[in-house]
Design a protein around this ligand. Structure first.
Ligand code: ATP
Ligand SMILES: Cc1cn([C@H]2C[C@H](O)[C@@H](COP(=O)(O)O)O2)c(=O)[nH]c1=O
Length: 213
């Protein structure tokens, strides 16, 4: 496939959404609006957005962890088939706000379902399709949660509400993933001021794809 698949990962409050917005704007200026596609996970297609509603509904606090893991994988399957593969075939650059690494960190480690088990159920969903590059925005859990409390207290989802220990476990899992896959996953220090983080992300994307930025 001709396109470029870039995913963005990180603990809650790391700044993914803020960073991707700027990267998208700048890439659209360079390549044209049609050449860039933003996808958020879970979501990104009609069916996947419906699954997102189910996953984040505060009334579903009793959702079984395996049900949760399967719903994330189901949402991913649908967006892979209906949006990601067609966009890659059309040569687009995809900016994906979370992908399979999120499931490994949150469901595998955070929920304690096992990183390997979550990788396996996701293989069925993604059928081998992995990002060319993953930008991992690393932040201490306390600071990430503080940012959410300060700026986004009115939009807190079921997972944001988990205790500090859950978020620390998620972060440790991300750090292990980065060490296991250093060629694909690039770590950026997300505790820096936003313009510095964006600059580091652009440099990292350029290092991998010299025609971008
Ligand atoms: N580098 C930064 N320094 C200070 N504040 C930041 C920085 N990056 C983002 N923020 C602020 O932190 C808050 C969370 O950022 P954002 O929503 O982009 O994070 P996120 O990683 O997408 O979070 P989530 O995964 O929980 O949706 C926002 O209010 C944003 O303005
Ligand atoms: C893809 C995916 C996401 N999550 C969690 C991580 C976050 O807490 C939310 C997504 O919120 P955002 O504001 O849209 O980043 O969902 C998860 O637990 N597992 C996953 O696979």
């Amino acid at each position: 496939m001709d396109g470029k698949f870039i995913s963005f990962e990180g603990p809650d409050g790391a700044g993914k959404t803020s960073v991707i917005q700027q990267i998208q704007e700048d890439l659209e200026q360079q390549l044209g609006k049609e050449a860039v596609k933003y996808i958020r996970e879970p979501g990104g297609s009609r069916i996947s957005e419906e699954i997102r509603q189910l996953l984040f509904d505060n009334q579903n606090a009793d959702m079984d962890p395996r049900t949760e893991a399967l719903l994330f994988a189901a949402s991913r399957r649908q967006v892979v088939v209906s949006e990601i593969i067609p966009a890659l075939k059309a040569g687009k650059t995809i900016l994906c706000d979370r992908y399979v690494d999120s499931s490994i960190a949150y469901q595998g480690a955070g929920r304690g379902l096992g990183e390997q088990e979550i990788w396996q159920i996701n293989q069925f969903a993604i059928d081998g399709l992995m990002p060319d590059l993953t930008i991992y925005l690393d932040i201490e859990s306390e600071l990430g949660l503080q940012r959410i409390a300060e700026h986004r207290a009115n939009q807190v989802n079921r997972l944001d509400k988990e205790k500090l220990a859950f978020h620390q476990t998620v972060r440790q899992s991300y750090l292990r993933l980065q060490q296991r896959h250093p060629a694909r996953i690039k770590l950026i220090d997300a505790s820096q001021p936003l313009p510095t983080v964006i600059n580091d992300v652009k440099t990292t994307i350029h290092d991998r794809f010299s025609e971008l930025f």
